[in-house]
Structure formats: C-alpha cells, structure tokens
Design a protein around this ligand. Structure first.
Ligand code: FES
Ligand SMILES: [Fe+2]
Length: 319
C-alpha cells in the first residue's frame, strides 16, 4: 500500500469525468501517451476529428500505442508489429502480415470521452458503470468576447477530493488567500453539481461577491469572478495514481481591450490568480484527512459537500 492509501479512507479514483488534455493540444492525427487513474492510456484524434482514448498496451505483445502509434483514418496502428485498432470500439481490424487464419477477436478497451468547452474529458467508474451525467458547456470558451485558455499545471501529492473540499472551506480564504473577511458561502446542490456563491456581506444588503463556483463531480471546479480582470476558469484535478493528482487550471479572461490579446499587466494578474491556487499546495501535500473533523459553526458547508461527494463513491452510496 502506498502512503496515500493510508492517508484517505476511500478509493483514489471516485466516479466522474476527468480532464486529460485541452482540445487545442490534440490536432487530427496526433497521438499522446497518458498516465492517469492508475493506468496507462493512449489518446488520439481520429481522421474524423474525434478524441479517442484506449488502454495503452497492445494485446499482441504489449507495446504502448501512445509511443510511436500512428493514426490512420479512424484507426490507430501499433508501432511494434503494425496491428491496427478501430477507433469505434478498439477492436483489431488488421494484422498486416497475416496470410492465414482469422483476425484475432481482441482489441483495446475504449474509454468514454466527452469533449466540450475546449476540454477533453474521460469518464471513470471503478465499477464500470456508464456516465449518467455530463459537464455543461461553458459558452465563454467559444465566444470572441473571452480570451484563453491561459494555463498552469501542477503535480500534487493529494486526493482529488481535497480540491473540492477547498471550496466550502471559507475560513481558509482569509488565512491562505488574503480575502479580507470570512465570506458567506450559500450553496445549492443539484445531483452531481454543487453550486456555491462566495460573498462578503456589505453595507445595506449589498454583498461583495468574490466568486461563483460550480463543481461538476470532484474533478472539475469552475469559478467565475467578476473582478479585475473578469475571469472564468476551471481547476481540473485528475488522479494520476494512488498518491498524486495532476491539477490544471485553465483560465478565460474577458476581452476588455478588443485586441484579441491579453496585455502584459493582465497576464501578471492572471499569474497572481495561479499563485493563489499554488498557495494551497503545501497544505494539501502534508495534511491528513479527518473523517470527523473538529468543526465550529463558522467553518462553512463542508459537511454538505462531503454528503454530496458520497455519490461519487459507489461503495459509500451502498453503505
Ligand atoms: S505489440 Fe502491437 S502489434 Fe505487436
Ligand atoms: Fe484554497
């Protein structure tokens, strides 16, 4: 057992959609090796433009299709002996040197992929169940009024749930992120989505809204902030293995300038936003998970978030 197995009392791979690549980083015909969810996978874009994910290792003699594999139309050819696998279901469609016998009735496991708002997402379920929800579209990505994504990524020693727990944890906003007071955090839960408004009550009933957050499962945290600059970003957390997650922050910024480009000064402010995410990293990497935390009344809706999160752990759902 690795260290993290004792750090957290649940599977490192809860059910849900996980980010694996940005759409713009996968051109037609491109092939990428992936290491995530405790597995080796291959991601490619087929000739018809679809993003496809297979298990990485060839059923023949085990080559990694993500290292030297070639896209041919709607199929992927292995770099070792040239067997070809159809994008549709991963089955073997050609053994190029075969002169007799049948094609082997074998193939590569194909993963459910959803590509929206510039994100390539893969569905994971420990029990192998099909997705019963999808992340919504964020139209700002397609809109000319918004620029980006601007991206920063980290490899962090923690469980994917830590990032989700950061959202209701309103007391830490003041200590870690320099928010001037402990905000109010009204929430709404709708199936796999947790909505929160993070706001500081002001004079005369006017709240100062810091952020609106939407959690689509544990791996996709969207945040809108109407500050300077106006930004919409997703913090996408994907478990790599039992110990580490890859965290990618992809940020859209409202084009206030009409130039189609982000001025240097604003890039500096965006860096400061990324630095805020980074400020949590040493805490996440070294904390333990308290199943029964010692909470005070002002700690925020962490119990509600944990109750919501149970749906992503089938073993807890049945309990
Ligand atoms: S290992 Fe893939 S074709 Fe032989
Ligand atoms: Fe934080």
């Amino acid at each position: 057992m690795s260290g993290s197995a004792s750090r957290y009392p649940f599977t490192p791979y809860p059910d849900g959609w996980y980010y694996i690549a940005a759409s713009k980083d996968l051109a037609p015909g491109e092939v990428k090796p992936l290491r995530c969810l405790g597995r080796d996978l291959v991601l490619f874009r087929s000739g018809s433009g679809e993003a496809v994910v297979f298990d990485a290792h060839c059923p023949h003699l085990g080559a990694h299709l993500g290292v030297g594999g070639k896209v041919e139309g709607d199929s992927l050819r292995c770099p070792f002996h040239g067997w070809r696998f159809g994008a549709e279901d991963g089955s073997c469609v050609e053994v190029p040197y075969r002169t007799r016998g049948r094609l082997p009735n074998a193939g590569l496991r194909r993963w459910r992929v959803d590509e929206r708002s510039g994100l390539i997402l893969v569905w994971h379920s420990d029990a192998g169940t099909e997705p019963d929800w999808h992340m919504r579209d964020f139209d700002e990505y397609e809109s000319d009024a918004w620029l980006g994504y601007v991206t920063r990524a980290w490899k962090i020693r923690m469980h994917v749930q830590e990032l989700a727990e950061n959202v209701p944890d309103r007391a830490h906003f003041q200590v870690v992120h320099g928010v001037p007071a402990v905000p109010d955090t009204p929430i709404r839960i709708d199936g796999p989505v947790y909505y929160q408004t993070t706001q500081i009550p002001g004079e005369g009933g006017q709240d100062w809204v810091i952020a609106r957050q939407e959690l689509w499962g544990l791996g996709l945290i969207w945040l809108y902030s109407g500050g300077e600059p106006e930004v919409l970003f997703v913090v996408a957390t994907t478990p790599i293995d039992e110990e580490y997650c890859e965290v990618t922050q992809l940020l859209l910024v409202k084009d206030e300038w009409g130039t189609g480009e982000i001025p240097g000064e604003t890039l500096g402010r965006i860096d400061a936003i990324f630095d805020q995410t980074e400020a949590d990293v040493p805490i996440w990497e070294n904390k333990v998970y308290r199943e029964r935390p010692l909470l005070v009344e002002d700690d925020g809706p962490l119990p509600e978030l944990r109750r919501w999160a149970r749906q992503f752990y089938p073993e807890q759902r049945q309990a």
